[in-house]
Ligand binder design. Structure first.
Ligand SMILES: [Zn+2]
Length: 314
C-alpha cells in the first residue's frame, strides 16, 4: 500500500500535550550541517509520472454540508506555497543537504492539489480503478449533489470515512501532495504542507531483485510489487525493528513540522516514542547521517545503522 490516508487518518490530529515531542525534535534537528554528504546524488528531481486525471479547481460549496462542503480560503494560495517552499528549502540547507534537495521544494509546489473532499475521496479510493474514478470526477463537475449520491456503493463506509477525515497526504504513485479542502483549515495549512513536503523530499529508489520482484523505497520504508501487478505492498522490514518502517518516516516529517510550527496540536504515543528513538539514534550516528539516509531513501543502510547501535539503544 502507498503511504495511505488510512495511515494518516489513524495518526489523527488529536489534541494533547506534546512537550516531549517538541523537545526531542529540537534536539534531533540541532544536528550541525552534515559532513556525511561526500557529494550529493546526481539527480533528486521529481519522478516522471503519467498525467494525473484532470480535476481542476472546484468552486467552494459550503451548502453541500460535511463532509463534502468546503468554504473559500481568504489568503493567497501562491503566497502560501511560496512560504512553504522557503521554509523547507531553508530547513534542507540548515541540515546540510545538497543543493539538489534545496531546490526540490520549488518543484514540489507545482504538485500540490487542493481538492474538494469529493475529489480527494474519489482519487484515493478509486486509485486502481481509473474508469470509475474519472466518471465520478466528471459527474461532480456536472452536478455535485448527484455525484455524491452516486458514491453510495462506497460512502458511507469505514474506509471512505477515514479518507475524508484525512487532511492531506503525499501520494508516492503520482508523486503529488493531495490536500482535502474540506478538512484542512487555512490556519493549519502551512504546517501541514511543510510536513507533507518532507514526505515528498526523499528521492524514490527503485530496484529489481533476481526473482523479478520490484522494490521501491522512499525515506525509510520500502514497498514491493510482484510480476506485472500494479499494487505496491509495504515491506515490514527486518524483525527486531522497534517501530513499523512507516513510523520512522512519520517521525522525520513530524520533526520538521514541529521545528517550523511548534508542538503538534495532538498527541500520539507511538509517534512520540519514534521521535524520541530517532533523537537517541541521531546522537549516536555521524552528523547528518540520518537525514542523508532519509533523503537518499536508503532503508537498508538505516536498519544496519540501527543494528550497529542496538546495545546503546536498548
Ligand atoms: Zn506524515
Amino acid at each position: 500500500m502507498p503511504r495511505s490516508p488510512e495511515t494518516r487518518a489513524a495518526i489523527g490530529r488529536r489534541a494533547g500535550s506534546t512537550l516531549i515531542l517538541a523537545l526531542s525534535a529540537a534536539l534531533v534537528l540541532a544536528t550541525p550541517a552534515a559532513s556525511a554528504w561526500a557529494d550529493g546524488p546526481a539527480d533528486c528531481s521529481l519522478a516522471q509520472t503519467a498525467e494525473p486525471p484532470f480535476v481542476g479547481e472546484r468552486a467552494p460549496a459550503a451548502d453541500l454540508g460535511p463532509p463534502f462542503g468546503f468554504t473559500p480560503w481568504t489568503g493567497d494560495r501562491q503566497e502560501l506555497l511560496r512560504r512553504v517552499v522557503e521554509v523547507v528549502a531553508q530547513q534542507a540547507a540548515e541540515l546540510g543537504a545538497p543543493s539538489c534537495f534545496q531546490r526540490k521544494p520549488e518543484a514540489l509546489a507545482a504538485r500540490v492539489d487542493f481538492l474538494s473532499p469529493f475529489d480527494f475521496l474519489v482519487l484515493t479510493y478509486y486509485d486502481s480503478e481509473p474508469a470509475t474514478r474519472d466518471a465520478l470526477l466528471q459527474a461532480y463537475g456536472r452536478d455535485p449533489r448527484q455525484a455524491i449520491r452516486d458514491l453510495s456503493p462506497i460512502y458511507p463506509s469505514p474506509r471512505a470515512d477515514m479518507i475524508l477525515a484525512t487532511v492531506a497526504y503525499y501520494d508516492l504513485d503520482s508523486d503529488r501532495i493531495r490536500v482535502n479542502r474540506g478538512k484542512l483549515s487555512e490556519a493549519d495549512a502551512p504546517r501541514v504542507l511543510v510536513h507533507e513536503f518532507w514526505h515528498a523530499m526523499p528521492l524514490t529508489r527503485v530496484w529489481t531483485q533476481p526473482d523479478g520482484t520490484i522494490y521501491r523505497a522512499s525515506g525509510f520504508w520500502t514497498q514491493q510489487r510482484r510480476g506485472d501487478g500494479r499494487i505496491w505492498q509495504a515491506v515490514d522490514g527486518p524483525t527486531g525493528l522497534p517501530f513499523p518502517p512507516y513510523l520512522f518516516d512519520e517521525a522525520m516529517a513530524t520533526m520538521m513540522e514541529v521545528r517550523f510550527a511548534g508542538p503538534l496540536p495532538y498527541a500520539r504515543r507511538d509517534l512520540d516514542q519514534a521521535v524520541v528513538f530517532m533523537t537517541r539514534l541521531t546522537d549516536l550516528a555521524a552528523p547528518g547521517e540520518i537525514i542523508q539516509l532519509y533523503l537518499e531513501s536508503r532503508p537498508l543502510d538505516f536498519y544496519n545503522l540501527l543494528a550497529s547501535h542496538r546495545d546503546e539503544l536498548s
